[in-house]
Structures are given as C-alpha cells and as structure tokens.
Design a protein around this ligand. Structure first.
Ligand code: NAD
Length: 333
C-alpha cells in the first residue's frame, strides 16, 4: 500500500503537524525517508528523537530541501503568509524545486481559498506537482489518533487521476476515510472548512456564555451540561471542548486549558469567516461579534499560560470562559 507514497516532506511540526507527522512516520514504509522542516528547529529535534525508531527522519534547513527529495509533500503552518513563505519563496520555497508533475502536495493549513488557488496555480505552472487544499478537522486529539476529517479541494479518487489515489492513501495515514470529503476543485476544501469554523468558533463562545449565565443563576455546572447535552442546545463544543473546568474530564479546560486550538487561531478563522461572508454577500453577524470577544481574550493575561507548552505559550481558546467571567460587563463591550 505504501510504496507509491515514496519519501515524504513534512513542513510545520506545531500542535497539529507534530501529531500528523507522527502518524505518517509510523505508517509510511520504514524504508522511506521523512524530511521535516519547521522554523522552530527544536520541534524537529524533539520529533526526530521521539520517532526515529520507525524509520529515517532527516531534519532539513528549508521547505525546498525537504520537497526536492520527496514524492509527497504535506504542510500545516499557521496562516496564508506562512504558506506563501513555504511555497512561493524563490530561494528557499517549494516553487524552486525540480519539476515533477507526479508529486502530491497536500496543504492542510486553514487559510483563505483565494491564496490557496494562487499558490496552487503557480506551482502547477512551475510543473512541481499537484497542489491540493486539504484542511483538516478534529483538533489535536484527532491528529494524534489519526482520525482527522479531510476536506479536499479535489475530485474523488479515479483511475484516470493517479495522484488522487495517493491523496487518499496519504490522508488515510492521518485521518478516517469515512470523514473524507472531496469538494471538487482547488480552494473548495477551504471554503467548506471556513464555514465549519465560522460555526465552531462562534458556538464555543455561545457555550461559554450560556454556561456562565446558568451557573451564576444557581444551576450546578455538571447538571447544566447534562441538561444541554440532552436538549436542543446539544453541540460538539459543549461536549468535547467544554470551557468550564471539571465538567468534561478530557476537555482542555479540565487540564489548565492546555493547548488545543489557540485564541489567535480562533481570531484568524473567524476573520476568514467574516471575509468570506462579505465576499459572498452574507452579513457575518455572529462571527463579527465573536471576533471582538476573542480579540480581547487573546490579550487577557488570564488566557495566557506562563509555563508554555509551545513556543507561543497560549492557553486553549476555550479559556475565553475565564475572560468573560472575570471581566466586568462594561469592559466586555
Ligand atoms: P501551531 O502554531 O501549533 O503550529 C504551526 C507550526 O508551524 C509551528 O511549529 C511553527 O513554528 C511552524 N511554522 C510557522 N511558520 C513556518 C514556516 N514559514 N515554515 C515552516 N514552519 C513554520 O498551529 P496549529 O495549531 O498546529 O495549526 C496549524 C494550522 O492548522 C492552522 O492553519 C490552524 O488553523 C489549522 N488547524 C488547527 C487545528 C487545531 O486544533 N490546532 C485544527 C484544525 C486546523
């Protein structure tokens, strides 16, 4: 199954990428080499140290170096400007590697569809491979378990499109094929992802507010969650990313808001939702309101952890609960 995957380049070993690359190293052929690059070299060193027993892992100095030796490229970095750095830099970027139209390029970051189309077209014109927007859903736990959803800006696998079979094979090393969605064309996977995150980020704030109101009105927090879980307000964010500590044992809040999805990422994704709303003529009322709250939470010391588990050092975005419960109503405006 794995022979046509070849050597793999993995770029971006952050919260998501580290766990996704772990699954790639464990499931690709042990004879294949995994080339890793991250601007934070310490992440590559930790990764190499932890997973070297599964097969060769080589740390390189640029995306270009990683990609030029690989048949398959996977990247997951914070936003569109980092994606452009990785792919479009004429000296260190992937656009500068030797031509190979059979190369599969899976770009998993959550960025705007337009940037993805521009980068994908440029790489196609340069003949360096097939670039596909493949944003993921499922968070760090899904990345770790290899059960991510993949929303792909490509058509379903077919025998007339050999890259599509490799796309499915590689995605299946990191995700659950039951949750693979082929959205048709370049940029469409991201369009779907942006709509999903419009909801998940907005709903998380709604959960934090609803829980805070219920608790202050005298309802026990665990009972309140149980009520919501069995009523019309039931939702994934309340059940899995519950912002009130001690209510859902596995939620980040029950572990000192350990990092899953940073507040900065919430702002980025809500911003993408707002822009997509205006671009399509739909007023993004909910995302705009949520954006304003997360923007303040992102600079609230209560939402920033000092003993940082990552170089950036943020707490999980569900720590917005600490912000809204400790900030006087007047100051929340
Ligand atoms: P992160 O900040 O933890 O990781 C990003 C990594 O990219 C870091 O290790 C950073 O050093 C590296 N990086 C930055 N610029 C780079 C560059 N130019 N070249 C190489 N490496 C570079 O972020 P994350 O939580 O892993 O998220 C990454 C992407 O995945 C984002 O677009 C995010 O929206 C998306 N995403 C995150 C989650 C989640 O739950 N964390 C879920 C789905 C999608």
């Amino acid at each position: 199954m794995t022979d046509h995957v070849g050597n793999v380049a993995f770029i971006g070993l952050g919260a998501m990428g580290y766990a996704m690359a772990k699954n790639i190293r464990q499931k690709m052929a042990p004879t294949g080499t995994l080339y890793v690059f991250d601007v934070f070299r310490g992440a590559c060193e930790r990764f190499q140290d932890e997973f070297k027993d599964f097969g060769p892992i080589v740390i390189v100095d640029s995306p270009k170096e990683a990609a030029s030796m690989s048949q398959t490229i996977i990247s997951i970095v914070p936003g569109a400007s980092e994606v452009r750095d990785v792919y479009m830099n004429e000296v260190m970027g992937i656009i500068a590697i030797p031509k190979n139209v059979d190369r599969l390029i899976m770009e998993c970051s959550t960025i705007d569809s337009q940037s993805s189309r521009e980068v994908g077209e440029a790489l196609k014109n340069a003949g360096v491979g097939t670039y596909i927007d493949t944003p993921v859903s499922g968070g760090v736990p899904g990345a770790d378990a290899g059960t991510l959803s993949f929303l792909m800006g490509h058509t379903k696998p077919s025998d007339t499109d050999p890259v599509s079979h490799r796309l499915e094979t590689v995605a299946a090393m990191m995700g659950d094929p039951k949750k693979f969605f082929y959205c048709g064309k370049l940029g469409a996977g991201l369009a779907a992802k942006i709509s999903n995150n419009y909801l998940s980020c907005s709903i998380l704030l709604a959960v934090a507010e609803a829980m805070a109101i219920g608790i202050r009105s005298g309802v026990d927090e665990k009972l309140l969650h149980e009520v919501i879980q069995n009523s019309t307000g039931q939702n994934f964010m309340a059940d899995k990313v519950q912002p009130v500590p001690g209510v859902v044992p596995d939620a980040p809040s029950s572990h000192n808001y350990r990092l899953g999805f940073k507040t900065q990422m919430m702002i980025k994704d809500l911003g993408l939702g707002v822009d997509a709303g205006y671009a399509t003529g739909i007023k993004p009322t909910m995302a705009e309101a949520a954006y304003r709250v997360y923007e303040k939470a992102a600079v609230d010391p209560k939402c920033i952890v000092s003993e940082a588990p990552s170089p950036v050092g943020d707490r999980d975005g569900s720590s917005v609960y600490l912000h809204i419960t400790a900030t006087p109503e007047e100051d929340q405006k």
